[in-house]
Design a protein around this ligand. Structure first.
Ligand SMILES: [Zn+2]
Length: 83
């Protein structure tokens, strides 16, 4: 079970990643360990897509589905990038 404050930090990270510029996204780190993140955007079939945020050292993946628009960083950094 994830602690409420940890959940809040992950929610905040998730919402930032959906709207971040490439420059802002490069500064994002996983809240617990401060590690860099693997971030990917995958286009879906119904005008929505999904975003995944991975911290490999922690073996954690956050997946956000129903993302309504392509995040701004995708145009600069590509669909899959590392912070
Ligand atoms: Zn980590």
């Amino acid at each position: 079970m994830i602690a409420p404050d940890a959940k809040k930090k992950l929610d905040e990270l998730s919402s930032r990643v959906l709207t971040a510029s490439a420059d802002a996204m490069r500064k994002e780190r996983y809240p617990d360990c401060g590690g860099s993140l693997q971030i990917g955007f995958y286009a879906g079939g119904c005008g929505a897509g999904s975003v995944s945020i991975d911290c490999q050292p922690c073996n954690i993946r956050i997946r956000l589905d129903g993302v309504p628009s392509v995040p701004p960083w995708v145009a600069v950094a590509g669909r899959e990038t590392q912070t």
